[in-house]
Design a binder for this molecule. Sequence first.
Ligand SMILES: Nc1ncnc2c1ncn2[C@@H]1O[C@H](COP(=O)(O)OP(=O)(O)OP(=O)(O)O)[C@@H](O)[C@H]1O
Length: 288
Amino acid sequence: MSTPLCEIENLRIGFAAHDGTMADAVRGISLTLQRGERLGIVGESGSGKSLTGRALLGLLPPSAQWSADTLRFDGQDLLAMRPKERRRLCGTQMSMILQDPKYSLNPVMTVAQQLREAFRRHEPKLGARAMREKIVAALAAVHIRNPERVADAYPHELSGGMGQRVMIAMMVSAGPRLLVADEPTSALDVLVSMQVLAVLDEMIEKHDTGLVFISHDLPLVMSFCDRVVVMVGGRVVETCAARDLKHAEHPYTRGLLAANPPLTDPPDELPTLRRDAAWLVEPSAKER
Ligand SMILES: Nc1ncnc2c1ncn2[C@@H]1O[C@H](COP(=O)(O)OP(=O)(O)OP(=O)(O)O)[C@@H](O)[C@H]1O
């Protein structure tokens, strides 16, 4: 098999509490992502999904204390890379899409101004007219119906789905090799979610992008991703092909699946997830 696009080995992330003790948020996780692969990360709130995605991009909060045995992207050792090089990589070959475009787009700049800033990084010499054409084409490529009008709109004038498509246009403009999408559709209704996912799908196919898709939505991950990692308490408890997730064996994964009852003939009472402290126990070096 070829070298994976991303490799993480024994990633640990913690935060210092007020009393000086460390609160562990990610506890020795290891995972790989191949080119063009869609890897879903699921798990309850606070299980460390977002921090894992952020660690790959070098976007952890400054207060995070972290370490890893291996952190590689496209054969490059991210642990040995200088911060400037790392930032350049993040702006060009790695991108992130967040849940709510309201917090990612600058509220006092028009869509065109923001896209111009992003595009200029890759094509600093593009003239004003060619840049405008590129912006309008990028908005049309994510199926925005009136790209000329949307280009001159401010973020508050956009619907959630439109804002998310603008984000995708901005992030995929450079054809990133890695895209971390952190709950990109959870603020959208079902129909708009489907449209945004279709746009994402198209972009991933076009650029053979490796996708880390962070979500709470198990059925969505099962249909959209190739492989799934299940996290609980900062640990990976299960990794399997998305199509096999319904046969998952870990009791936490089974509990998550049972919390999504079928639409036809649902049970009278939803089962309660029974937690086991053993799920939080760190794996031995051999298990990792
Ligand atoms: N800046 C921070 N300071 C202190 N603790 C933090 C910080 N960022 C995250 N954490 C803690 O790390 C843990 C994991 O956070 P993370 O955002 O990765 O969870 P998540 O699985 O993505 O959750 P959600 O699904 O709610 O987004 C949480 O307990 C969170 O409180």
